[in-house]
Design a binder for this molecule. Structure first.
Ligand code: SF4
Length: 183
């Protein structure tokens, strides 16, 4: 952890002003990056190759590990959702992600040039994702989800006493997590 108490306090103020209270500061070296997460993207996920911010459009697992190792301070933000219909999730995630990327920009403008945000779900900005970085509809806004960066979200967030469980029905409560890499 490199940020001073005062710097953290100022950033807490920024987070609160934007309406975020359900979050924790973490040591990014505790973010668990695993090959099995990438395997789950490659085999079993319908978004593989179809999401412009999903594998194979994200770095290799080794490069993801390197990326996280370059940070000393990060925030995990928690979002809870319960959908009436599975198709409602797209709009819910897209709205939250659009707000999150604005937060990343505010932190950048506050002097944190390394600020980088990982969405709480797939991008979800467009009804149909173009599937490639080159043709992405909003390349300046779209970011990958932690899972797309090979993060074992389950094991990582549990270290910080966040709640997360495998859902067996779509209408069960979802716990989603965004990672804000700060410095
Ligand atoms: S902005 Fe649109 S095209 Fe780009 S990653 Fe998001 S959903 Fe896909």
């Amino acid at each position: 952890m490199n940020l001073s108490f005062k710097q953290r306090q100022a950033l807490d103020g920024l987070l609160h002003t934007n309406g975020y209270t359900d979050y924790k500061w973490i040591d990014p070296h505790k973010i668990i990056v695993s090959q099995w997460v990438r395997m789950k993207c490659m085999f079993g996920c319908g978004e593989y190759g179809r999401g412009a911010t999903c594998p194979p459009n994200t770095p290799s697992v080794a490069d993801c590990r390197q990326f996280f190792s370059e940070y000393s301070d990060a925030v995990i933000l928690h979002f809870e959702g319960k959908m009436d219909k599975p198709e409602d999730r797209h709009a819910w995630s897209g709205k939250i992600n659009a707000k999150l990327v604005k937060l990343e920009r505010e932190i950048f403008l506050a002097g944190y040039e390394k600020a980088f945000l990982l969405f709480m779900d797939s991008c979800c900005f467009c009804k149909d994702c173009t599937g490639s970085r080159e043709t992405c509809d909003q390349p300046r806004m779209a970011r990958p989800a932690p899972e797309a960066m090979a993060v074992d979200v389950f094991s990582t967030v549990r270290q910080f006493d966040f709640n997360i469980n495998v859902r067996t029905e779509y209408d069960q409560k979802m716990d989603r997590y965004s990672f804000l890499m700060v410095a």
